[in-house]
Design a protein around this ligand. Structure first.
Ligand code: SAM
Length: 275
């Protein structure tokens, strides 16, 4: 996968040289290019912002440097693909924004399938809206939010998204099995994990994990996923596909106060607990 990031603070992206993502870059699994937006300005002050039309607080990022930067990335990619391309597939342009669709594991999986991702890091009050309209001619434009809060710029959001997407690329995580059981991979949170020693500061590891009985361990872990998700993120259970749950799983959910109705989990009214 090729990733291009445009920012006025290229140094902010330095952590992507570390750890698994850094190694993926060294191994050629991920090509990452960071571009300084100011190199696409033409005035001596390298201006990237101006006052907002209509008045109000803050500054807005000017359209022209963004157009120059994105055009140069689009042209470089078109030249790299050359005539060998089967057809014009537009790269995805992700515009981090608190007003975008929410980033989650499903979107990370979807974006991990792309050949090229371009990230446009906004600052100040954001980027002149016309840039996104114009860019739709070259890219599939997706405004994406990291969560319902406001950051100072898109760089932190890009660090999080590139890490979440990059670790899904084949070969990046040593044991692909570890991706399968993680939180959010199947709509549930992960079960609690433990390591040696088996007894620590008067706290014992759950006995089932020391039993060697793989069937029982798998069932315990699954039911811990149910319990933890019901306790911490009941909103996830609304979307959970419960239609194919085994009888033991339905019983476990029943004990947590949930019934399966038409393939979905329904929370029983408070106080209506199982016998
Ligand atoms: N005025 C904008 C608004 O209310 O929607 C917020 C601008 S914010 C101070 C500056 C930049 O930070 C945004 O253009 C965006 O790139 C980034 N940003 C802020 N919060 C974000 C979030 N939750 N997710 C992704 N990017 C965010």
């Amino acid at each position: 996968m090729r990733v291009d990031v445009v920012s006025i603070f290229p140094e902010y992206l330095a952590p992507l040289e570390l750890s698994l993502i850094g190694k993926a870059r060294q191994d050629g699994l991920l090509e990452l290019n960071v571009h300084d937006l100011r190199t696409f300005t033409t005035d001596k002050h390298r201006t990237v912002d101006d006052t907002p039309y209509g008045g109000g607080a803050g500054m807005v990022m000017k359209p022209e440097p963004w157009a120059q930067a994105l055009e140069s990335i689009a042209n470089a990619q078109a030249a790299a693909i050359g005539d060998s391309s089967d057809g014009p597939t537009k790269p995805v342009l992700i515009v981090p924004s608190p007003a975008g669709e929410r980033f989650n594991q499903a979107l990370a999986y979807e974006l991990a399938e792309e050949e090229q991702l371009v990230f446009a890091c906004g600052r100040y009050e954001g980027i002149d809206e016309r840039v996104m309209e114009w860019a739709a001619g070259h890219f599939t434009v997706r405004p994406v939010s990291l969560g319902d809060y406001v950051l100072n710029g898109g760089e932190v959001a890009v660090l999080a998204m590139v890490e979440a997407i990059g670790r899904l690329l084949p070969g990046v995580v040593g044991n692909p099995e570890s991706l399968v059981e993680e939180s959010h991979s199947d709509g549930l949170l992960e079960y609690p994990v433990y390591t040696k020693p088996s007894s620590w500061r008067d706290r014992d590891v759950p006995a089932v994990l020391l039993s060697g009985n793989h069937g029982k361990i798998a069932q315990w872990r699954r039911h811990e996923q149910f319990r933890r998700t019901a306790e911490r993120r009941p909103d996830l259970l609304v979307e959970f596909d419960a239609g194919r749950l085994a009888r033991a799983d339905r019983t476990a959910f029943g004990e947590l106060g949930y019934d399966v109705v038409d393939g979905r989990l329904r929370r029983r009214p408070d106080g209506d607990l199982p016998d």
